[in-house]
Design a protein around this ligand. Structure first.
Ligand SMILES: Nc1ncnc2c1ncn2[C@@H]1O[C@H](COP(=O)(O)OP(=O)(O)OP(=O)(O)O)[C@@H](O)[C@H]1O
Ligand SMILES: [Mg+2]
Length: 449
């Protein structure tokens, strides 16, 4: 068999970069052949990185005539990234301004920065290279992706969330979506500083969390639901035991007493799945002070409401919906699917008794995320759910840069929950709810809470 990295190929015509890439591919293949990955999987990543570097240096040293020292260093770094890190995505994974990475086939990599999508020049060699990357990442966290099961959801060791779809479901090359995990989660104050909400809106939400109201954060995909849930969780008193249930753990609670659980997908034989519903039922036996369900999208909605209605208050969750009322309709639908025997009036009563506040978030044109509605559920009237807005964002139009123009306003309605807040010792000045535009407030009321 001819040597995989025979020099004549490298001396062929072609740009220096092509030769570099050729050599890299050949060395990569040889490294894969020579390394005992079964053994290597069990060693620590620093040891593995060291071993890989030694192997790569040995192979590179056979090509001193072809590479400068700088080329060799770059080649070794890139090879190690290919085999251990995130390959061509490595620079993006270290860029703190990148919040999402979206790959549509090997030649098309987009990133989201400050709410805006932009195309990068990053390319994978071909679709096989991209699929290999996805398979390696998936296998590192014990998942598989291949033609038989061409879709995978996983969490990377750094906490980022990845979803990948390959052939035959993806038509033009693998589709990969990575939601980067921010090392420092956004706090309530950060959200106010980014004009996601005004200080008094955040102050009201903080008070609701402290007084153990049940809160649902609603919004579309990528609208900032999890980010807000995380920021709100910071207002939970430190002495409470918080149990979290998530599909892919993203929440970063700062409290000392947090019990985190994550659902598990079925294995290839279709066994071993553990759903949010299973975890929620288990959570009730764990003496929780609060239960946070990362996202409600199935039968767990029913159990969550049951829990909220049986003394486990202070619960929080997120849901995909277009506005606050729609969030309740969606809950109604999820519960109806989980317990079809229940009459609608009963489901409404359960929702009215359980849910106190719905916060609607949105990703606006131009990429900004805003709380566009804070609504209070106030009960039922002839079988229908009653709710009213306490705060909302009024959009007036777009500026020259296609950014949204508008203002936050208090509707002037004094929330019914004020009594409960007071009873819990959480003092909220009534002036917070005086009707009118409330963009220009002082930060003090957030800090004060
Ligand atoms: N208020 C905000 N200001 C700026 N960026 C934000 C804000 N909220 C969220 N983001 C960014 O937007 C992205 C999506 O946020 P997040 O994961 O919270 O959305 P989501 O609604 O939970 O998404 P999904 O529907 O995928 O679960 C993240 O990269 C996050 O850092
Ligand atoms: Mg989310």
């Amino acid at each position: 068999m001819p040597s995989p990295y025979a020099t004549p190929t490298l001396r062929d015509e072609g740009s220096r970069d092509q030769r570099f890439q050729q050599l890299k591919t050949q060395l990569h293949e040889q490294l894969v052949r020579e390394m005992d990955f079964a053994v290597m999987r069990s060693v620590e990543s620093s040891v593995l990185r060291h071993e890989l570097r030694r192997g790569a240096e040995r192979l590179c040293s056979q090509h001193t005539d072809l590479l400068t020292q700088a080329d060799r260093d770059r080649l070794i770094d890139e090879l190690i990234n290919e085999m251990m890190g995130h390959g061509p995505l490595e620079p993006l994974m270290h860029d703190p301004t990148v919040t999402d990475i979206l790959i549509n086939g090997p030649n098309c990599v987009y990133v989201e920065r400050r709410g805006k999508l932009e195309r990068t020049g990053i390319k994978f060699r071909d679709n096989n290279h991209l699929v290999e990357f996805v398979q390696r990442i998936a296998s590192q966290v014990g998942r598989r992706i291949d033609e038989a099961s061409p879709m995978v959801d996983a969490r990377l060791p750094d906490g980022s969330r990845i979803n990948a779809v390959i052939k035959p479901l993806a038509l033009d090359g693998a589709l990969v979506s990575i939601r980067r995990f921010s090392a420092r989660p956004l706090s309530g104050e950060d959200l106010v500083a980014r004009a996601t909400a005004t200080p008094r809106m955040m102050a009201f939400l903080a008070a609701c969390v402290k007084a153990r109201l049940n809160i649902v954060v609603s919004g579309g995909t990528g609208s900032g639901k999890t980010t807000l849930l995380n920021a709100l969780s910071a207002f939970i008193p430190e002495d409470e035991r918080v149990v979290t249930i998530e599909d892919a753990a993203e929440l970063q609670l700062q409290q000392p007493h947090v019990a985190r659980m994550e659902t598990r997908a079925a294995n290839l034989e279709g066994k071993g799945a553990t759903s949010s519903r299973d975890l929620l039922r288990n959570a009730l036996r764990m003496r929780p002070d609060r239960i946070i369900v990362g996202e409600c999208r199935g039968a767990e909605a029913f159990d969550m409401l049951q829990a909220m209605n049986t003394g486990h208050d202070g619960g929080m969750s997120t849901i995909h919906a277009n506005d606050a009322r729609d969030a309740l309709s969606r809950l109604e639908m999820l519960i109806g699917m989980a317990a079809p025997e229940l009459p609608m009036w009963f489901i409404h009563r359960q929702i009215a008794a359980a849910i106190h506040i719905v916060v609607q978030v949105a990703r606006l044109p131009g990429g900004e995320r805003k709380i566009i509605q804070i609504a209070e559920v106030t009960g039922m009237q002839s079988d229908a759910l009653n709710m009213h807005d306490v705060f909302r964002f009024q959009q007036r139009g777009l500026d020259d840069n296609q950014r949204v123009l508008g203002h936050f306003e208090a509707t002037g309605i004094q929330p019914q929950c004020l009594e409960r807040l007071q009873a819990c010792g959480v003092v909220v000045p009534r002036s917070l709810f005086e009707s009118g535009i409330c963009d220009i407030d002082r930060f003090d009321c957030v800090r004060g809470l």
